[in-house]
Design a protein around this ligand. Structure first.
Ligand code: HAM
Length: 437
């Protein structure tokens, strides 16, 4: 039986056209990260399963992790997320390096999910995390997320960042609704699904957790809050203002950094991962056809303690390249990546010009021009036909006349200008090709 040519379900082959898009996306992410003085890091693709068992949350562990026992009888997993790895790495070095630590990575991750629009099994996820930064770290992370999306041409008309704070949710669940830990955990899971269930199903699910009518009413009031101002007055009415001081400062900081247009308070954002302890957020596409999270993140104060380390607070987010591509496509923010971009196509039409063409190509590459040589004597018409398959800026022709006169003919495909230049005057040829003359 012949083997399938298709990649494993939920994974992709990246042909040059897909690589061009991927490289473009990664390059933008890296450029903006570097502008914020975040430094790149990476880790192994395999980690011990225990690393995720500690704090990554039920769904990831029970349903999504790819794990196996290695030949040495160790339970290992293909990384389904990067946060435990970055925490493990920070735990190794944080005592020796200056804080805050600002790191970014673009790892490939694997999750056993049902492949669908915006969700695959293997995907790349941009991660940025800052450790030991205090409350301004929370704001910088949001600012970085905004700037990355803006670098692709997106604006507040295209996306929104929905934020919440687990300290506030904890306070409401425990002090106001008087839930014990297990019930609060259950309610977290329900809240995480609020937008996916009908109001009737929600009432049923919360009814199982909130036994008295009073707390059910308070919960339904809470889950309908839509702004920081609403939240502040809800908390004040219920004597919980003190527990939201950090979150309300965060909201004021967002405003003073000019981020209010992008950020909205949303009580249903709690995030499925167990390690978050402070602000949490998700970025959503505003396009009605693509209402999936592009990114998710939050603050985690205690993750380094799983390595027996002193606490070092971190905050960060993950942005998936699959939903990002859907987002950029639906808002027409991507250029055409189907054809490669080449600065110069060097061709020759007569025997004996081959060496001249190859030497010239080398000289042009040395001057930073992306240069491709068409091998073999090629008729002008065919050269133009070949140039159609790529984004070519200019063509160099070496025909019979040029060979005899020691010249080359340079044709700029954008301006349509044609010039004959001395073959040995590489500087002028290069400057002409770069449009500098
Ligand atoms: P997460 O919410 O699990 O968070 O994932 C963050 C983003 O990764 C999602 O919003 C989505 O863009 C992308 N993503 C997740 N699953 C898939 C999938 N199956 N296919 C394609 N893209 C996907 C985390 O992973 C946290 N560790 C992020 C973080 C970093 N928190 C703090 N620092």
């Amino acid at each position: 039986m012949a083997l399938t040519k298709s990649p494993y379900r939920g994974t992709r082959d990246f042909f040059p056209a897909q690589m061009r898009l991927r490289n473009y996306i990664f390059q933008k992410m890296s450029e903006v990260s570097e502008l914020f003085a975040y430094e790149p890091y990476d880790g192994p693709i395999l980690e011990e399963v225990d690393l995720y068992l500690a704090k990554s949350g039920e769904e990831l562990i029970n349903e999504q992790i790819y794990s196996f026992t290695d030949r040495g009888d160790r339970k290992v997993a293909i990384r389904p997320e990067m946060t435990p790895t970055v925490a493990r790495m920070a735990a190794q070095v944080h005592r020796e390096i200056a804080k805050p630590i600002r790191w970014y990575a673009i790892p490939n991750l694997m999750r056993y999910e049902k492949p669908q629009r915006g969700r695959l099994r293997e995907f790349w996820q941009y991660n940025a995390d800052i450790f030991g930064a205090g409350e301004l770290g929370d704001v910088e992370i949001v600012q970085l997320a905004v700037e990355i999306l803006r670098s692709f041409g997106a604006t507040d008309a295209h996306f929104e960042i929905l934020v919440n704070d687990r300290r506030v949710v904890d306070s409401i669940f425990k002090k106001l609704l008087r839930l014990d830990d297990p019930s609060a955990q259950k309610l977290y899971k329900v809240v995480d699904r609020v937008k996916k269930v009908t109001p009737e199903a929600l009432a049923k699910l919360t009814g199982e957790i909130l036994s008295d009518g009073g707390s059910a009413e308070l919960f339904s009031e809470y889950i309908r809050l839509t702004s920081f101002t609403d939240l502040a007055s809800f908390l004040e009415r219920n004597g919980l203002s003190d527990d939201a001081r950090e979150f309300l400062t965060f909201s004021k900081n967002l405003a003073s950094f000019g981020l209010s247009a992008y950020v909205k308070y949303d009580p249903s954002i709690v995030r499925g991962l167990d390690y978050y302890t402070g602000i949490v957020f998700e970025i959503f596409d505003k396009h009605p056809d693509n209402r999936r999270a592009l990114a998710g993140g939050g603050a985690y104060a205690n993750l380094l303690q799983i390595f027996n380390e002193q606490p070092l607070a971190g905050v960060g987010f993950g942005l998936g390249e699959v939903p990002l591509t859907e987002f950029l496509t639906s808002h027409k923010l991507l250029r055409d990546f189907s054809r490669p971009r080449i600065d110069v196509l060097v061709s020759y039409q007569v025997a004996g010009a081959e060496k001249t063409a190859l030497v010239l190509a080398g000289d042009l590459r040395a001057r930073g021009l992306k240069t491709e040589v068409i091998f073999g004597e090629t008729k002008t018409k065919k050269v133009f036909a070949q140039s159609e398959r790529k984004h070519v800026s200019s063509i160099v022709f070496i025909g019979e006349e040029e060979l005899r006169a020691g010249q080359v003919q340079v044709k700029n495909l954008e301006t349509k200008a044609t010039l004959s230049i001395d073959q040995r005057d590489v500087e002028t040829i290069a400057r002409t090709l770069k449009g500098q003359t």
